[in-house]
Write a protein that binds this ligand. Structure first.
Ligand code: ADP
Ligand code: ZN
Length: 739
């Protein structure tokens, strides 16, 4: 049988019998009978006929194209994803093939062109000009054109009869020509060619290792390029990409998000400006037609460098020589809908299947990747120096507990030190960035006087404050505690920390620095199309002195005139109920600090915090990834967290609170039966975001050192449990989001 996804918005899936002699494979486009009509569809999977129900199945009508849309390597990767993440192969194939490609309505766009075959001589032309002025006009245009061919649309209106007559007379040919819907056609950015830079010794060594992997992928390991911010990783990517192209291979570049990494995308475009039409950028806002064209350009090998975000990992490039995953530690590589794959991990897998070289780059690699280097699965390459010869920015930590005491009530937003530093930059005509991480909605309790945070005694994560039942709950093990009215550490009477956001910062700045010009970048301020690009351009041309932003500004921006970065509340991400809180904070602080001093001027970073002693802050201050990783890995090992175990979340949600909870309790009982050796099964708990979109949510976390063991155990329980209609259960393997 073939399971077929029918074209169209309703996404129907039906089984069909395969007629004898038809070579139907997953990813093939087919025509099938649907009610009394015929419809287009894509084969998702082939199941062996199970005899029984077969008599009821209707037969496929025909194959539209004998070649499947999915290459064998991608099909193999798809099967791996389905098994590893516990998703159906149907949902995997669906994300492998963009809808724009699966649906028959989309097709190549064509235009009619006229081709001059036989130019008449002067006298014939003169005659024609009197007898048939329209035909004469058309011929004159064609004769004057450079290669005797022009789009019919450019030959004037109301010409149909004249064209026909010319064709009949054997003077021209009319034919159809495919036109590419170029997503960049109206782009305002001009692309200036940017020539390769001579590599410094560290870069040269890394480049050699990457090119060796490109030349002999069979025997190469995945590579981690660990380079401090500004160390010139991008230059290494660019030259390695050039090498792959020189060898006749293609290159896939993954970035966390296209719109948030405009500078990286631009650098690739500039380096390969001479072969611009061979570069494809898979923006999320491509129209269906553009997506269709880009996909087929890639498939045919016309686009030889593809830049995309997470789903770009499925770009159907032939002869793949190199995959680059920039900022490999970024969470946005994890898909939050089924199939919940991790783009970086799929990239590594695809590279092994192709085989091709794969380079993961970061200044702050994920501990999963770091662990793979330490066990020898990945090869580690380092760039420890900034490429432009600048030193790393000087980082000062300001203890906000002292500021708080000075201000008497209210929250201190700008410390004296940061305010003075901002004033100095204004005077000197230099620019600043202020960063506020507002991530995390679940509040933890922190004492503003001593910085103490209420933590779970069993799990070393912050306890979460639940307003409804006035309790503190551990979101890993379920430990509960009453809400203290005084700080357990210093006995200060007010322990709830008041939050503030970027808008409040704007307000304060306007008061404190009335002459400064500033702009805000966050999800609220950037709703308008091109708002982000326009604001960044204004900042670049120094129409703005101070840029205030959330993590949207943490990635890959490069502004030579920025000499000061202020981090307003470094603690905000630290006390969310997530064992990765420390790692995320370290990554974010390091990335943000890396925005300072990227030109000829030295950079300074001021970090405001209530917990100046925390490792995330101290190690990022010293730009010490190794030190941070060492202590963080100790903690992970001690509590069996990733990378020492795989951690997954099983979530049940429903409009009925009790039903969601009860369903998960039933699943919990069944999961506890025959629990595989060493698997840690958490309790049923309300999700930190207990109610979302009107749905109540409960969750269980599971940990195990074997990924397949974990997925298989959960899948086998799910397979023999009938769920109530109004409860949705979701399994997230290698979860990154515990909310
Ligand atoms: P990263 O990607 O590691 O943060 P970048 O690639 O952005 O670092 O490089 C930082 C700066 O150093 C850029 O302005 C880049 O043009 C410059 N640069 C990179 N490599 C070299 C080199 N070999 N010589 C001189 N400048 C370089
Ligand atoms: Zn706990």
């Amino acid at each position: 049988n073939a399971r077929v996804l029918i074209d169209g918005p309703s996404e129907l899936v039906f089984d069909y019998a395969i007629p004898d002699g038809l070579d139907v494979r997953p990813g093939c486009r087919v025509r099938v009978p649907l009610r009394r009509k015929s419809a287009g569809g894509t084969v998702l999977s082939i199941a062996p006929a199970d005899g029984q129900a077969d008599f009821a199945l209707r037969e496929l009508e025909s194959l539209v194209d004998p070649e499947p849309l999915i290459t064998p390597v991608l099909l193999k990767a798809g099967e791996w994803i389905a098994g590893y993440y516990g998703s159906s192969i149907e949902s995997v194939i669906r994300s492998l093939l963009p809808e724009a490609v699966r649906t028959e309505e989309n097709s190549a766009k064509t235009r009619r062109i006229a081709l001059l075959t036989n130019a008449p001589d002067e006298t014939a032309l003169a005659k024609l000009s009197k007898r048939a002025p329209k035909q004469f006009a058309i011929l004159s245009l064609l004769i004057a054109s450079t290669d005797g061919r022009m789009p019919v649309a450019d030959l004037g209106e109301g010409n149909a009869a004249a064209l026909k007559a010319l064709e009949k007379a054997g003077l021209i040919i009319l034919e159809a020509e495919e036109v590419r819907r170029d997503p960049d056609a109206d782009s305002a950015d001009e692309i200036l060619e940017f020539k390769p830079l001579p590599l410094n010794p560290e870069q040269a060594e890394a480049f050699e290792a990457v090119t060796a992997a490109i030349a002999d992928p069979q025997n190469a390991k995945p590579i981690l390029l660990l380079g401090v911010t500004g160390s010139g990783k991008t230059e290494v990517y660019l030259q390695a990409a050039q090498r792959a192209l020189d060898l006749g291979k293609t290159v896939l570049v993954l970035v966390p998000e296209i719109s948030l990494t405009p500078q990286t995308v631009r650098r690739f475009k500039s380096r390969f400006a001479a072969i611009q039409d061979q570069v494809a950028v898979l923006h999320s806002n491509l129209s269906q037609g553009e997506r269709f064209d880009e996909w087929h350009r890639i498939r045919k090998g016309k686009a030889r460098i593809v830049i995309g975000a997470r789903s770009g990992v499925f770009a159907p490039l032939p002869d793949l020589g190199l995959i680059i995953v920039d900022e490999e530690h970024e969470n946005s590589y994890k898909q939050e809908n089924p199939p919940r794959y991790h783009g970086r991990d799929v990239a590594v897998l695809r590279a092994a299947f192709e085989p091709c070289a794969v380079v993961l780059g970061s200044a702050t690699p994920s501990l999963e990747t770091w662990h793979n280097c330490q066990t020898g699965k990945y090869q580690l390459l380092r760039l420890d120096q900034r490429a432009d010869g600048q030193s790393m920015p000087l980082v000062r930590v300001v203890d906000m507990r002292l500021e708080k005491a000075k201000q008497k009530g209210g929250v201190a937003i700008l410390s004296d030190k940061l305010r003075t530093a901002l004033e100095q930059r204004l005077e000197k005509g230099e620019q600043s960035i202020l960063f506020l991480n507002r991530r995390g909605f679940a509040r933890s309790l922190q004492c503003p006087a001593c910085g103490h945070v209420c933590q779970c005694p069993h799990c070393a994560v912050a306890l979460t404050y639940h307003r409804t039942d006035e309790r503190l709950v551990c979101h890993v093990c379920g430990h509960q505690a009453i809400v203290p009215h005084k700080c357990p550490e210093c006995r200060a009477p007010s322990i709830l920390l008041q939050g503030y956001g970027t808008q409040k910062v704007e307000e304060v700045l306007a008061k404190v620095l009335p002459t400064a010009k500033f702009a805000r970048i966050d999800a609220d301020a950037m709703r308008r199309k091109h708002a982000l690009r326009d604001t960044l351009n204004a900042f670049k041309s120094h129409k703005i002195d101070i840029l205030i932003g959330t993590q949207m500004i943490a990635k890959g921006l490069h502004f030579p005139n920025v000499t000061l970065v202020g981090i307003l509340n470094a603690d905000l991400g630290l006390h969310v109920p997530d064992f990765r809180a420390g790692e995320r904070t370290f990554q974010l602080l390091t990335q943000v600090a890396g925005r300072a001093g990227r030109g000829d001027l030295a950079g300074e970073v001021i970090v405001q915090t209530f917990t100046p002693h925390s490792p995330s802050i101290q190690y990022s201050r010293k730009h010490d990834f190794d030190g941070f990783a060492e202590q963080e890995m100790d903690f992970r090992r001690q509590f069996s967290f990733p990378p020492y175990a795989h951690c997954s979340v099983l979530t049940a949600r429903s409009g009925h609170e009790r039903r969601a909870e009860f369903t998960l309790q039933t699943l919990h009982l069944r999961l506890a039966e025959n629990l595989p050796d060493g698997m840690v099964l958490g309790e049923v708990l309300p999700s930190p975001l207990i109610r979302s979109h009107g749905q109540f949510r409960f969750q269980i976390t599971l940990r195990h050192h074997r990924a397949r063991g974990l997925t298989n155990h959960v899948q086998s329980v799910l397979a023999r449990t009938t769920l109530p209609d109004d409860v949705t259960v979701v399994f997230d393997m290698d979860a990154l989001n515990f909310s």
